[in-house]
Write a protein that binds this ligand. Sequence first.
Ligand code: 5GP
Ligand code: ZN
Length: 113
Amino acid sequence: MQDCIFCKIISGEIPSSKVYEDEYVYAFNDINPMAPVHILVIPKTHISNVMDVNSENSDIIAHIFEAIAVIAKQQKLEKGFRVVSNCNEYAGQTVFHLHFHILGGRRLSMEMA
Ligand code: 5GP
Ligand code: ZN
């Protein structure tokens, strides 16, 4: 999608620090990490956010979570980590290409919201 920074990261137009890639999924380090491990996992097809997931495209969500399990093991996050997807204004979504934050590498705050 034109003017989507994450589509540009997938195409290589914007550089990123890749941690995982397969046919459907791309994962890279967040530019502004909130924890020692802060990785963004995104579908290679453009979906704006969780509200745009439907029966036509939901296979990718299962695939993303398979990738998250692989990445968590690669990153040695066995002690625990958090997966977050911000959706729209009240959650503070800033990039409108569906992404899952993997946060870990230390004990996380117990505050969820
Ligand atoms: P959101 O606030 O939409 O849930 O998360 C967007 C995330 O994307 C933020 O954590 C932000 O730091 C990250 N981000 C925004 N632009 C870039 C970029 O160009 N490269 C990388 N690696 N991360 C980015
Ligand atoms: Zn996009």
